[in-house]
Write a protein that binds this ligand. Structure first.
Ligand code: NG1
Ligand code: ZN
Length: 528
């Protein structure tokens, strides 16, 4: 049974504020100073989740990703490194909103009963945080939650989100996925990268915007393992000045603003990339010969990866490997057309949020999934990995293709989108194909797009359906949006409530930037 006195004693240290919390697309996320009680409740839930998995390690990551430094949040990681099972998100929300010990214990008992949890099982939790100043106290609150139910918690300190996912999986698979340490992570990635690029001509240096977050020191450490094989310069690496996190920098700033971050003197031909605050997103960018800023977003990464892997699979003559791509409504219309018509790869659309894409990608032998904002990865099915290891190549070309495929399965993070792993994947492909950024960019040209956000009185009145492409509520709104987009060449627009911010997002796409901006402005006017 639950030790109510112990729970009561520790809960008293973390009183619930008069705030309603929701476990959304990216876990709990709000201002760092209202999260103390939430962290405590997540500690409790993590213990139950671990017990449900017979004591396997559950991860807890304290981060608010690309959001400002004053924000924070937390998300739980399943034993194999995926995001928390969706059916448990409701439990998280219930516990976070319990204001009294009685309500909290009732909530816990309900989960124990519904999930038939054996409380005698052990519980193991690991926790890490990004560089936000509120992180330390929030880790302590979550630790109290774990202790309240007698679980064991290990603090892994500062890590990127994907590193915590990686370590969680390593710990639960007896090292089969790699060494369960930050060093082990760098070694695994660096070794796999070298297997692909060694002996091939190098590319010019890559300038990486670290968003003044945890990704900056992590990339510097990774680069040490790659000394001569990768030339990177980390810019925006000031993690000591908390307020600078994601400020005029980072993947989200660059993607949404379609402009370079602070700290760069962008010259034609320079190769650049931007990470986000917890290093699970990356976008690439450069200036063309005219000096115009050009973005290579998640869609471009996905198409680059899909076409490269398809070529390798063909060359390696591995039979019955189906390659598929997963996108969301935010994917550029040109990217979708290119994948379908030129690459001839099937595309599946899911709702926004990586967990949806991840699950859809698992249906393929090689499932490439990326959100346009640069969050994504490539998943290999166990059958595909086995085939790459058991197929004997008869020609040199076939052997090389097989070895590259095997290396890619080690290089690409199989648990979650990972900016550092994706950075090396892109570099490995560009080195292998001897491709410049502008050559990569020329695969297709993006339609002009604009992403806006609108603050409304209650965003939950907006209900998105059909993989977020349409609104079912408020009634009549979708028809108005349809009317407007029909007026523009290649016009497409959709509206959905954000899962991470208290806003409604408006996306518009059209043949010219002026049209995309205008369509977005019109739709913002309709919903406001
Ligand atoms: P919301 O706030 O639900 O739009 C944002 C991103 C998602 C996803 C989550 C998780 C956009 C338009 N939305 O979600 O794609 O990455 O954050 O971090 O980029
Ligand atoms: Zn992130």
């Amino acid at each position: 049974t639950l030790d109510k006195a112990k729970i009561n004693g520790l809960f008293a240290k973390h009183p619930k504020l008069d705030v309603t919390y929701t476990y959304g697309t990216a876990g709990f996320r709000t201002k760092g100073d209202v999260l103390d009680s939430v962290m405590f409740s997540v500690g409790l839930l993590a213990v139950l989740r671990s017990k449900k998995h017979a004591g396997k390690v559950i991860g807890a990551m304290v981060t608010a990703s690309h959001n400002p430094a004053v924000d924070n949040g937390v998300k739980l990681v399943e034993p194999m490194g995926e995001m928390l099972a969706q059916s448990w998100e409701t439990y998280a929300t219930v516990l976070a909103n319990a204001a009294t010990t009685d309500a909290l214990v009732a909530g816990l008992e309900d989960i124990v009963k519904k999930e038939q949890i054996d409380l005698a099982q052990p519980a193991n939790v690991i926790i890490a945080r990004d560089t936000r100043p509120s992180g330390t106290a929030l880790v302590a609150a979550l630790t109290d939650g774990v202790s309240a139910l007698g679980g064991k918690i290990t603090d892994k300190g500062l890590l990127t989100t994907p590193q915590l996912h990686y370590i969680t999986r390593c710990l639960n698979t007896n090292g089969a996925y790699g060494e369960p340490t930050e060093e082990g992570y760098y070694k695994k990635l660096a070794d796999a990268f070298k297997r692909i690029v060694t002996g091939k001509p190098k590319l010019s240096p890559l300038y990486v915007d670290g968003a003044n977050g945890i990704g900056a020191p992590a990339l510097q450490k990774l680069a040490k393992h790659l000394s001569s094989d990768l030339s990177v310069n980390v810019v925006n690496d000031d993690t000591a000045t908390a307020s600078k996190l994601n400020l005029k920098s980072g993947a989200d700033f660059v993607k949404v603003g379609q402009k370079k971050p602070d700290g760069f003197d962008l010259k034609p031909g320079m190769r650049c990339a931007s990470l986000d605050g917890d290093a699970d997103r990356i976008v690439f960018w450069y200036a063309n010969q005219e000096g115009t800023f050009k973005l290579l977003d998640g869609d471009k990464i996905a198409t680059l990866a899909a076409s490269f892997i398809m070529e390798l699979v063909k060359e390696a003559k591995v039979p019955n490997i189906n390659v598929g791509l997963v996108q969301t409504a935010y994917a550029n219309g040109s990217a979708t057309a290119y994948v379908k018509d030129t690459l001839q790869v099937p595309v599946v659309f899911t709702a926004t949020g990586v967990k949806h894409l991840h699950h859809a990608a698992e249906e393929f032998d090689v499932g490439v999934y990326f959100e346009a904002n640069g969050h994504g990865t490539v998943l290999f099915s166990p059958a595909a990995i086995k085939a790459f290891h058991t197929t004997d190549g008869s020609t040199d070309a076939q052997k090389r293709a097989l070895e590259t495929l095997r290396a890619l399965t080690d290089l690409i993070n199989q648990t979650v989108g990972d900016a550092l792993s994706d950075l090396l994947m892109v570099e490995a492909i560009l080195v292998s194909k001897n491709k410049s950024f502008s050559e990569w960019d020329s695969d297709y040209s993006d339609l002009a797009s604009r992403l806006e956000k609108v603050t409304v009185s209650n965003r939950l009145e907006f209900v998105a359906v059909k993989a977020d492409t349409e609104l079912s509520k408020p009634e009549g709104l979708q028809a108005k949006i349809n009317q407007q987009m029909a007026k523009f060449k290649h016009g497409r627009s959709f509206v959905r409530p954000s899962g991470t911010e208290d806003v409604v997002r408006v996306y518009a796409e059209a043949a010219t930037q002026a049209d995309a901006d205008l369509l977005a402005a019109i739709v913002c006017g309709i919903i406001f």
